[in-house]
Design a protein around this ligand. Structure first.
Ligand SMILES: [Zn+2]
Ligand SMILES: [Zn+2]
Length: 173
């Protein structure tokens, strides 16, 4: 099975000990069931690619990786749009000129993204902005039900390579 070139499960499991493949699988199965949309083999394969990739990926990269599993490029495009609409894939900003996507984590998590190499670490955000949300409710009268948050930075490997010409490369650090 073709995998993301940067696949490194330790990067994800290390940050989120409860993020097993099973709970991630349940996440997508539940979401499709709630929406009444069939979770086809192709859609599952595209999700699998993004949810096991340690870096934010472009649609072209996903298509190249799952092409050998019989998932066509048009299907990848449509599936990424669908998963993004469902909130299962998040579009993040990186130095790459094309749109890059990363899978959400299980529970209340947010992505910490390396702007340079697109490495993503999901962190637990439970209760993170509750003080701000209560403050906003008190000052604006809004009933706040949630937030969307991404955090950007440069990972240790890219900091170590600072000054070299690897910016934007998705290769090994
Ligand atoms: Zn990096
Ligand atoms: Zn949060």
């Amino acid at each position: 099975m073709a995998r993301c070139a940067a696949h490194d499960p330790r990067a994800i499991i290390g940050a989120m000990p409860d993020m097993s493949d099973n709970s991630r699988d349940a996440l997508v199965v539940d979401a499709f069931e709630r929406l009444g949309v069939p979770l086809t083999r192709q859609r599952r394969r595209v999700w699998e690619y993004f949810s096991t990739c340690a870096r934010a990926s472009t649609i072209a990269e996903a298509a190249a990786a799952v092409g050998s599993d019989g998932v066509g490029q048009a299907t990848v495009y449509r599936t990424v749009a669908l998963l993004n609409e469902m909130g299962l894939l998040v579009r993040v900003q990186t130095s790459h000129p094309e749109a890059c996507y990363t899978a959400i984590g299980v529970g209340h998590t947010h992505p910490l993204v390396c702007h340079r190499c697109r490495k993503v670490v999901q962190f637990d955000g439970e209760g993170d902005l509750s003080v701000l949300e209560r403050h906003l409710e008190a000052t604006t009268g809004f009933s706040v039900y949630g937030h969307h948050l991404e955090v950007y930075g440069v990972c240790p490997a890219c900091v170590a390579q600072a000054g070299t010409s690897v910016a934007g490369e998705a290769g090994e650090p």
